[in-house]
Design a protein around this ligand. Structure first.
Ligand code: GDP
Length: 182
């Protein structure tokens, strides 16, 4: 982990969504620029850091992966502690992963009554053959609009919109943080 003096803000982000939607893959794509499934399953990563620069400030993004907890639908309160932003992820080729976004949002609300958490909606696996797609872009966009959050279709495989999604939520969070001017 980088020493404190190497960044101006620390932002804790979570990836939430059904198992298999590509959360670990998005994390690795963003942090290490790789797409390697075998690596993911064997390591069961907890979190990864990446420092980005926004408006001349260095932002340490600490991004947490559920590491399989979601399979049992028992994401612990500890996982949510200190979270400032959540990327809600579904798979555009998996309808139930999309339908479950609503229940993920309710469980986030239960776990985070006292703190503000920015959210964005992410439809992953956008690279897949159009014949495999079951959730059209318009449905994702409509759901995001209903919750008043931003929406991106991404691909951890090709990198499509991966940086854009993480930078977008980081920017939203940074705007509500007290600025550190020194
Ligand atoms: P998690 O359980 O949500 O962390 O999902 P994983 O990251 O383990 O991914 C589940 C499976 O989907 C793996 O076989 C990945 O290779 C695959 N996958 C993840 N993201 C993408 C993507 O953007 N495109 C495609 N085609 N496959 C993906």
């Amino acid at each position: 982990m980088a020493r404190r003096e190497h960044y101006d803000h620390l932002i804790k982000l979570l990836l939430i969504g059904d198992s298999g939607v590509g959360k670990s893959s998005l994390l690795l794509r963003f942090s290490d620029s790789v797409f390697e499934t075998s690596y993911i399953t064997t390591l069961g990563i907890d979190f990864k850091n990446r420092v980005i620069e926004l408006d001349g400030k260095k932002i340490m993004l600490q991004i947490w992966d559920t590491a399989g907890q979601e399979r049992f639908r028992t994401i612990t309160t500890a996982y949510y502690r200190g979270a400032m932003g959540i990327l809600l992820v579904y798979d555009v080729t998996n309808e139930s992963s999309f339908n479950n976004i609503r229940s993920w949002i309710s469980s986030i609300e239960q776990h985070s009554k006292d703190n503000i958490i920015n959210k964005i909606l992410v439809g992953n696996k956008a690279d897949m053959d159009e014949r495999k797609r079951v959730v059209p872009f318009s449905k994702g966009k409509a759901l995001a609009n209903e919750y008043g959050i931003k929406f991106f279709e991404t691909s951890a495989k090709t990198s499509q919109n991966v940086n854009e999604a993480f930078f977008s939520i980081a920017r939203d969070i940074k705007q509500r943080l007290p600025d550190i001017d020194s």
